[in-house]
Design a protein around this ligand. Structure first.
Ligand code: SF4
Ligand code: SF4
Length: 224
């Protein structure tokens, strides 16, 4: 390439801005971005976590600590026998791999798009169940040191939905995930939007979860 041709290319780029003045401005994040976790609840407000510890077992960074406890018969916290009595994630270790999300049998743990959260002490870095659990509107709680922006709290189950059996192209348009407080059964993603046929609906009816949602639990369908 000649010298003049090189200068020509440089001149063409003048005025073409490719950066944003971060952190005042931020680019939109991808739908399946791996950010700060949330613990989800069913549409009736019950917690999805059953304290099974699978997420803790699969975590390569060993940063999840769970202790299950029997549900009080008169006021159960989750639909299972047990609920996640203690649930902690140590963000000094988490590498946001999402293996915990994929391992969870009840879709309890998923991730928001928030990654701008910095701490000045170790206690703040270890998120507790009370901090991780979504509020009564199904939204992540916003802690004082977190920088939430528009859209960071949307699609918090996107990665789970993409990798659940519903993410298999053979099951396009069939929501195989449970409903969420504040959102109901989340819509399928782009490319998974074929209408559900009558025979699909029949299959779904026979495996509807205990919360009366249209979603089919993974275990019930056996689709993998
Ligand atoms: S995202 Fe990965 S590293 Fe972080 S808690 Fe989940 S399994 Fe562990
Ligand atoms: S978040 Fe999921 S995998 Fe982890 S303890 Fe709760 S139910 Fe089990």
């Amino acid at each position: 390439m000649g010298l003049l041709e090189g200068f020509g290319i440089t001149l063409k780029q003048i005025g073409h801005v490719v950066t944003v003045p971060y952190p005042e401005a931020k680019r939109p994040k991808p739908e399946r971005f791996h950010g700060r976790h949330v613990l989800n609840r069913y549409e009736d407000g019950m917690e999805k976590c059953i304290g099974c510890e699978l997420c803790a077992g699969v975590c390569p960074a060993k940063c999840i600590y769970v202790r299950g406890k029997d549900n009080p018969p008169d006021a159960p916290v989750s639909p299972g026998e047990r609920f996640g009595f203690v649930y902690e994630i140590n963000y000094l270790r988490c590498i946001h791999c999402d293996l915990c999300v994929e391992a969870c049998p009840t879709e309890a743990i998923t991730e928001s798009k928030l990654f701008e959260f910095s701490f000045t002490n170790r206690e703040d870095a270890i998120y507790t169940r009370e901090e991780l659990i979504v509020d009564d509107a199904g939204k992540p709680k916003q802690l004082p040191w977190e920088d939430w922006r528009e859209g960071d709290d949307k699609h918090t189950s996107a990665w789970m939905r993409a990798t659940s059996p519903g993410g298999d192209s053979n099951y396009e348009g069939k929501p195989l995930w449970s409903g969420e407080l504040g959102y109901g059964v989340r819509a399928a993603e782009l490319g998974q939007t074929e209408p559900v046929t009558d025979s699909d609906a029949d299959a779904s009816d026979s495996a509807t979860d205990s919360h009366g949602s249209d979603a089919v639990s993974h275990g019930a369908t056996g689709h993998h």
